[in-house]
Ligand binder design. Structure first.
Ligand code: PEP
Length: 234
C-alpha cells in the first residue's frame, strides 16, 4: 500500500472535484488516495479519496485576515493538510518554526499534517541538501507527536519544473529522513516523494527504499494523468 496525494494548488472548481471524486471512486486500489484542494472545495471526500487542505494558519483564531485555522479545515470533514509546501515557504515566508506551530495545531484538531521539507537549487549547489533536509525534519515536526503524521520530501528546485533527482539522490534523501524520524522516535512515519511525478516515473520512484508514496502537483489535476500514477503500484 502506498500513499498517493495530489496537490491541486490554486486550480480547479468544485465541479472538477465532484467529477474527480466520482471517477476515482470506481478505482479498485488498496492505495491511500488524498486530494489537497483549495479551501472552497474542502469536504469529506468519499470511501476511496480523502480530502486535505494545502495550508493552515499558525494561529488558532483572531485578526488574521484571509487565513484559515486548523479547526475550520477540520469542520469541513477534511482529514489532512499540507504544511510547509515549497510555495508557502517561498511566497508566505513559512519557516521550520512556523511549520512546527502549524503542525501542532493540525494535530490538535485531528488533522494529519503532510509536512514538506526539501532544498532549493541554491542549497543544492552549495552542497547543503542533506543538512537542509535533516534540519527541516528535526525543526518542523513537533516534539510531542504521538499520532499519525506524513513527511514529504520535495526538492524545491524540481517542483513543477519537469525535473527529478536521480533515483540514488532520492534514495539518499529518503534514507536520511527515515533514519532521522527513527532517531526522533517516529519510526514508521510514511515519507512521500514529491516533484514532477508523472505516470511514466511513478512506479520507479515508489520502488525506491523508504519511498512510501508520492505527492503530485500538476499531474493530479486530470484523472487521465492521476489514475496511471495511482495504479502504477499496488
Ligand atoms: C507539488 O506542488 O507539491 C508538486 C509536487 O508539484 P509537481 O508535481 O507539479 O512538481
Amino acid at each position: 500500500m502506498k500513499i498517493i496525494a495530489g496537490n491541486w494548488k490554486m486550480n480547479g472548481t468544485r465541479s472538477d472535484l465532484t467529477k474527480m471524486l466520482c471517477t476515482l471512486s470506481n478505482l479498485d486500489t488498496a492505495n491511500r488516495i488524498i486530494l489537497c484542494v483549495p479551501y472552497t472545495m474542502l469536504c469529506g471526500g468519499n470511501d476511496v479519496v480523502s480530502i486535505g487542505a494545502q495550508d493552515i494558519s499558525c494561529h488558532t483564531h483572531g485578526a488574521f485576515t484571509g487565513e484559515i485555522s486548523a479547526q475550520m479545515v477540520a469542520e469541513t470533514g477534511a482529514k489532512y493538510t499540507i504544511i510547509g509546501h515549497s510555495e508557502c515557504r517561498a511566497y508566505h515566508g513559512d519557516t521550520n518554526s512556523t511549520v512546527r506551530q502549524k503542525a501542532t495545531l493540525a494535530l490538535a484538531n485531528g488533522l494529519i499534517p503532510i509536512i514538506c521539507v526539501g532544498e532549493t537549487m541554491d542549497e543544492k549547489q552549495a552542497g547543503k541538501t542533506m543538512a537542509v533536509i535533516e534540519s527541516g525534519v528535526r525543526e518542523s515536526i513537533p516534539s510531542d507527536v504521538n499520532t499519525d503524521i506524513i513527511v514529504a520530501y520535495e526538492p524545491r528546485w524540481a517542483i513543477g519544473a519537469g525535473l527529478t533527482p536521480t533515483p540514488s539522490e532520492i534514495a539518499e534523501a529518503h534514507t536520511l529522513i527515515a533514519n532521522t524520524l527513527s532517531d526522533m522516535g517516529l519510526a514508521g512515519t510514511p515519507v512521500l516523494y514529491g516533484a514532477s511525478v508523472k505516470g511514466n516515473n511513478a512506479a520507479e520512484i515508489m520502488s525506491i527504499p523508504h519511498v512510501d508514496g508520492v505527492l503530485v502537483g500538476g499531474a493530479s489535476l486530470k484523472s487521465d494523468d492521476f489514475i496511471p500514477i495511482i495504479t502504477s503500484v499496488k
